[in-house]
Structures are given as structure tokens and as C-alpha cells.
Design a protein around this ligand. Structure first.
Ligand SMILES: Cc1ncc(COP(=O)(O)O)c(C=O)c1O
Length: 335
């Protein structure tokens, strides 16, 4: 009775899964007010029910596995994740009734650990020194040892990851900008967001410039992103797809996190701030060249999971340099 009611067209309310995707496109007006003819817009991916862009890939991966009968009752969904995909799987597992085991580095933020625990996921912790690659190796090992126990979702090599963005994110952006998008900017983790969105946007208008962004070093604070030159390269990643790539220092992302909070009223995650910093580089170049531009980027998640990071209360390099100048001037006036 209940399920037939839920399945009928007359069902009331929204299912959790229907809330994945169709996120708002937020104008970051104050960032570009000094640049004429240029706009930056961000997809507010924290509006997804699990709080991040990864709900899109995870729900596409799970839906495909269920269609193919790869997740029969009792079978455990297994994957490696730096956090957000794990949260998405854990939410879906809780909502749809399948168990979830995640391999992840033990230095993920305490907020993520609390969220995963709240959804009831089982975690296999890996060494922080091995980063997300250590988690990938562990997931591969478990899947190889017990293939009957686990469905290895393999977000790094699963085509449903990028297809979620090909069919979803890209078409949403096209519609929300009325086809006016000129540039697309996104960070690379599994690369699913960039690959899928870029492929579809190029079909819709081959002139759209698609720019990838990644950390400028293997040791970085851009959670969720990969330094491709030194990481296990995801099988779904095609390095030839981007028109260009921007290498992002962690410090710039931290500074942008604080700036977006204080001047836009937007508390975004670190990779989102990095994507905005890269978009601002493009915006400045376009304005300097006298070209109009509609730059769209992906705000992967909100600041909620990163609020315990120290950078929020520490001065940025820019602020520290200004403080040093101020105190030198003060000392000079007193002398
Ligand atoms: C916070 C955050 N930003 C960016 C990404 C990268 O997205 P993608 O895996 O689609 O490249 C992830 C992926 O886990 C993430 O968690």
C-alpha cells in the first residue's frame, strides 16, 4: 500500500533522490564589480541532499548498479573516497537500504567522520601519509579478496560518474545561463565533474572555453582535488579535454574562502574557493582583453565540513604582510 502510494503519480512531497541536482546558479557579483562585462556564477552544489556535488555521481553509480543487479540484498557497496562521495554513498545506503563500506585516509576532517557515523557507514581507515591513493589501493585489495561480499563502485573508473554531469550539470548550466556561458571552470578530483560537463557543453557550443584546476603541489590542503602529475590518474580522466589548466596554491583558496564569507555572505568549501579563485583569474584576463564573459564554476560544497580548520582564524599571507607594514609605520611614527 505504502509503496504503491509512493510510486503513484499522486505521491505527496519529494523523495530524497529527487533532490539530487537542479542546484541554484549563484551570482558572485561583488567579486567582479571592478571588471566590466564579466560575470562569475557558481553552481551551489551544497543544495544537494548530501551537501555536495558528489551526490550526482554517487546516485548515478548506485542507480546503474541496481539496474544491473550488482547490488542485491546483503551486498556491500565499497569504494575509496576522500569524503564527499563517501557521504553521498552513506546517505543513499541509509535511504535505499544497502550497507556501505568506505576506505578513506584517517585525516579527513572530524566533521566528515561525524556525518559518516550519523549515516551508519562502516569505515576502513588508511594512512594519511598515503593520501587518497592509499584509500584506492585498500579498496582494490578488499574488492579483489572478497568479490562476492562487495560491489566495488570504483568512482575513479566508473563512467556513470562523468555521465551524471554530462546529462545533469551541463544541461542545467546551459539552461540557467540561457546558453550565454562562455567559460567553464572546475577542479579535478576523480575528474568526473569536469569531464562530463565539458563534453556536453562542447556539444552545445564548441566555442565554450573549459578550464580545469588542480592543486599546484602533491602536498596541499585542497580536499577532494588531485595533483594529477603525481597521483594515481583516474581512468576516467582525459588530459587532452581541457582548453587549459590552472595550478592553484592552497593559500589562495584559503584567502578566497574568507573573502567569499566576508564579502559575498557565502561560506563555501576549500575546493569551491579554489575554483572561484581560478575563475577570477579568467575574469581578469577577459576584462583586460576587453571581452565580455559569462564564467560558470562549480561550488562543490559549503564550508560546514571545514569550519574546524585553522586558516579561518589565522591571518592570510596578504593580511600578515599588511600587518607587518602597519606595525612598521606605527613604530616609525613613535620613533
Ligand atoms: C570537495 C570536493 N571538491 C571537488 C571534488 C572533485 O570532483 P570530481 O571528483 O568530480 O572531480 C570532490 C570530489 O570528491 C570533492 O569532494
Amino acid at each position: 500500500m505504502t509503496s504503491s502510494l509512493q510510486n503513484s503519480e499522486k505521491a505527496i512531497g519529494t523523495s530524497l533522490l529527487d533532490r539530487v541536482g537542479n542546484t541554484p546558479l549563484v551570482r558572485l557579483e561583488r567579486l567582479t564589480e571592478h571588471l566590466s562585462g564579466v560575470q562569475i556564477l557558481g553552481k551551489a552544489e551544497w543544495a544537494n541532499p548530501g551537501g555536495s556535488v558528489k551526490d550526482r555521481a554517487a546516485s548515478a553509480i548506485v542507480a546503474d548498479a541496481q539496474r544491473r543487479g550488482q547490488l542485491p540484498p546483503g551486498k556491500i557497496l565499497l569504494d575509496a573516497t576522500s569524503g564527499n562521495t563517501g557521504i553521498a554513498y552513506a546517505m543513499l545506503g541509509a535511504a535505499l537500504g544497502f550497507p556501505v563500506t568506505l576506505c578513506m585516509p584517517s585525516n579527513v576532517s572530524p566533521e566528515r567522520k561525524h556525518i559518516l557515523n550519523a549515516y551508519g557507514a562502516n569505515i576502513v581507515w588508511t594512512s594519511p601519509a598515503d593520501g587518497s591513493d592509499g584509500a584506492i589501493r585498500m579498496a582494490r585489495k578488499l574488492a579483489a579478496e572478497q568479490p562476492d561480499r562487495y560491489f566495488y563502485a570504483n568512482q575513479y573508473g566508473n563512467d556513470n560518474n562523468w555521465k551524471a554531469h554530462y546529462y545533469g550539470t551541463a544541461n542545467e548550466i546551459w539552461k540557467q545561463t540561457g546558453g550565454r556561458i562562455t567559460h567553464f571552470v572546475a577542479g579535478l578530483g576523480t575528474s568526473g565533474t569536469f569531464m562530463g560537463t565539458t563534453r556536453r557543453l562542447r556539444e552545445l557550443n564548441p566555442k565554450i572555453q573549459c578550464i580545469s584546476m588542480q592543486p599546484d603541489s602533491p602536498f596541499n590542503g585542497l580536499e577532494g582535488l588531485k595533483h594529477m602529475a603525481t597521483a594515481i590518474v583516474p581512468p576516467i580522466y582525459d588530459e587532452h579535454l581541457a582548453d587549459r589548466n590552472i595550478d592553484m596554491p592552497t593559500e589562495r583558496a584559503y584567502t578566497m574562502c574568507k573573502r567569499l564569507g566576508r564579502t559575498q555572505g557565502l561560506l563555501v568549501g576549500i575546493s569551491a574557493a579554489a575554483a572561484v579563485a581560478a575563475s577570477l583569474d579568467i575574469a581578469e584576463e577577459e576584462a583586460k582583453a576587453g571581452r565580455e564573459a559569462v564564467i560558470v564554476t562549480i561550488l562543490c560544497d559549503s564550508a560546514d565540513k571545514y569550519l574546524s580548520e585553522r586558516f579561518w582564524s589565522e591571518p592570510t599571507e596578504e593580511e600578515a604582510a599588511k600587518d607587518a607594514v602597519d606595525s612598521e609605520q606605527f613604530a616609525g611614527q613613535r620613533a
